[in-house]
Design a protein around this ligand. Structure first.
Ligand code: SF4
Ligand code: SF4
Length: 155
């Protein structure tokens, strides 16, 4: 006999998931991961690995993870996969983030900064959101002259 609502399942809402990877970073069992290939990012949830600690739900910034309660002992568990377009680094070609995540971060920043610097921010954003963290680090390490040349060449 299973108590009513005792069987839990976790579901990803494909409309709300932005592919930020916060859930995969915190999951202690790798039951939820984010993987990139040349075209897309995939958030993959493997129920057989889940220990239902619910850390992923707490970590999600967009309320994309929900619990579904089951009243019966047996229910079908299947691997869930949510795909979205990935950003490829314009310098090294590596896919490293999703457009949905970048847009969410952009909108959060816009809402916090002064109107007077929004246009400058948006102009810089157009270029820099397409550069992976490793390449951004390399750019920061460039000499000021080389940095200016790259900026002039629009990277
Ligand atoms: S509930 Fe816990 S184990 Fe299951 S996917 Fe979320 S973080 Fe991982
Ligand atoms: S934390 Fe939420 S929005 Fe981010 S990848 Fe996981 S499910 Fe998607």
């Amino acid at each position: 006999m299973v108590r009513e609502g005792m069987r839990l399942e976790i579901k990803i809402d494909p409309e709300l998931c932005i592919g930020c990877g916060a859930c995969s970073s915190i999951c202690p069992t790798n039951a939820i991961t984010i993987e990139f290939d040349d075209r897309a990012a995939s958030v993959i949830r493997k129920p057989e690995k889940c220990i239902y600690c619910l850390s992923c739900i707490d970590s999600c910034p967009n309320d994309a993870l929900k619990t579904v309660q089951h009243n019966h002992v047996y229910f079908t568990i299947t691997v869930e996969e949510v795909q979205m377009a990935a950003i490829k680094c314009v310098r090294c070609g590596k896919p490293f983030a999703t457009y949905k995540h970048a847009e969410k971060v952009r909108d959060m920043i816009i809402n916090k900064i002064s109107i007077s610097i929004r246009d400058v921010f948006l102009e810089d954003y157009k270029t820099y959101h397409r550069i992976c963290p490793e390449c951004r680090k390399k750019i920061r390490e460039l000499t000021p002259l080389r940095y200016l040349v790259l900026k002039h060449e629009k990277i």
